[in-house]
Design a protein around this ligand. Sequence first.
Ligand code: SF4
Length: 296
Amino acid sequence: MDNYNISRRCCSIIIPDIIAKEADLIVGKNIITGLLDKPGILDDNEINIDELTPDYSILETIDHKYPLDTGYLTYMTRGCTRTCSFCAVPKLEPIYKDKISINQQLDLIKKKHGDRKDLILMDNNVLGSPLFPKIIEEIVEMGFGVGSKFTPPNKFDILCNYIKNEKDQLNISRYEKRIYEYLNEYIFNRITKKEDKLNYLSLLTLYGINKKENIKKELILESKDELNYYVEKYRLKTPKNRYVDFNQGIDCRYVDEEKMKLLSQIPIRPMRIAFDHISLKEKYENAIRLADKYGG
Ligand code: SF4
C-alpha cells in the first residue's frame, strides 16, 4: 500500500462511522476496521497482509537515504494492553497479540534482501506482554543478544538479484544507476592495490559499465562473476555491533527489576522510555534508575 492508502485506511479505522456516512459505505462491509492479519480479509486468497515481507528493494530505487534501511523492521506484539483516551492504537489494533514469532520473516528478508544490522521493533507496548521473557529469548536466538555482531552482506549480489528478477523498466534503470554508483564510486575508491585498480577499470571499460549512459542490465549480469572477485575482495566486511530498538518506547509502568534484567540481555540502543503524563514521574524515574543499574 502507498502512503496515501495507508493514511486513508487509518482514518477509516479511527473514525469509521464518519467516513462511512460521507462516502455512503457500510462499516464492516466496505470499511474494514482492525488488523489485516488473516487471509481473505481484502481479497479471496491466502495472503496475510500483516505478515508480508517488507520490500527493501524499493529503497534502492529512491534517492532519499532511508535512515532505518539497515534494520529489520517488524513487530513482536500488536495492539496495546491500555486504552489511553488520546491514542489511536486501541482503535487501529484493538486486540492485543502477546507474541508474534518473527523467525521466518527475518529469514525471508535475509534471503531476499540481505542480512540487516539492527532489529527495529515497532511494538506499541511490548512490556505488557505476559510472554515478554519468551520474546527476549527469541530475540537472542535470532542473533541479537548482547555483544552480537553483524557482517555486511555483498550489496552487489543483492542488487544483481533485484535487477535479474525485475520486469519494470523504470525500476531496472534505477537499479542500473545504483549498481553504476556502487561499482564506479564505492568499490573503485576502496581498491588499494594499483594492479587490481587497473584490472578492475579494464573490466568496467570492457563491459561498458564505466559510463552511466552505457550501463545495461544484460552487461551487468554478464560481467557479474568477474567483477564480483574485486567486490568481494574490497567491500567492507568489518563486523559491527548489532542493536535492538523498541522504537515506540517502553511503558515505564511495567518496568521492574525482572523486566529490566531481561532487557539487559539484548543490546538496546537507544533506550526509549515513554513519559506520557506528569503523573508517571515517579514510575519514569524508577525505570531510568533500573535502566542505569542494568547497563541501559
Ligand atoms: S500505552 Fe501507549 S500505545 Fe498504549 S494506549 Fe496508551 S499511548 Fe497508546
